[in-house]
Write a protein that binds this ligand. Structure first.
Ligand code: ZN
Ligand code: ZN
Length: 117
């Protein structure tokens, strides 16, 4: 049985010889890049929606200072996604907060926040 010749990894410049495609290192790297580019797409969409939301909700609901952060409330975005909510970033799932209020709320509600013991 003739053994298949090894070819260099398809990543340009990589000297690693493989049966096909990329070497293990570059396969992993390609997957990570895909992940981060979809994360960038989400970030860009969310940045637009955040700006739009804050334009319509300009004041912090807790202290009345200018709002800076749409906070997922009362259910966290992670839980909304876990519940299969179609649009976890819709207005009904958000409340406007200023940065100091958001920091203290986050610290209070998330285990592992800076003041968690
Ligand atoms: Zn490679
Ligand atoms: Zn506030």
């Amino acid at each position: 049985m003739p053994s298949r010749p090894l070819r260099p990894c398809t990543n340009p410049g990589c000297p690693e010889l493989v049966k096909q495609g990329r070497c293990a290192k570059h396969t992993q790297q390609a997957e990570q890049q895909r992940g981060s580019s979809s994360q960038r797409g989400y970030d860009a969409r969310w940045a637009r929606r955040r700006a739009d939301y804050l334009y319509r909700h300009p004041w912090c609901v807790l202290c009345g200072r200018p709002s800076k952060v749409p906070d997922h409330f009362p259910v966290s975005r992670k839980d909304l996604v876990a519940q299969g909510v179609a649009d976890p970033d819709a207005d009904v799932h958000l409340r406007p907060l200023c940065v100091p209020c958001h920091s203290s709320e986050t610290a209070r509600h998330q285990p592992g926040g800076w003041n968690a013991r």
